[in-house]
Design a protein around this ligand. Sequence first.
Ligand code: SF4
Ligand code: SF4
Length: 95
Amino acid sequence: MIKVEEKLFQNRYRVDAEHPHINIGNPEVCQVECKTQQCTYCCPAGCYTREGNGRIVLITDGCLECGTCRIICTEFRNVEWEYPRGGYGILFKFG
Ligand code: SF4
Ligand code: SF4
């Protein structure tokens, strides 16, 4: 039985460094107003991390393009999300 982590490890990802497909609209909203910061624990790829000062750091390398972060940021709608340009992003090996 293959674990999910092992499956994820087999995905390939091509980073589009100049055009990240997800952006945080207003970082201050994350840091000051959003008390729950659910993006930091709902992203299956761990793209969002919280720093000690409450600032959210978003690194989209390894993003699975699931759209969860956009959907869960309901209160502030602070996630700007679009699919990567052709040829970039994730290449799923399983499913
Ligand atoms: S859930 Fe939305 S507003 Fe809250 S920290 Fe994450 S991106 Fe920012
Ligand atoms: S689209 Fe999914 S994998 Fe990518 S950053 Fe958002 S929650 Fe994480």
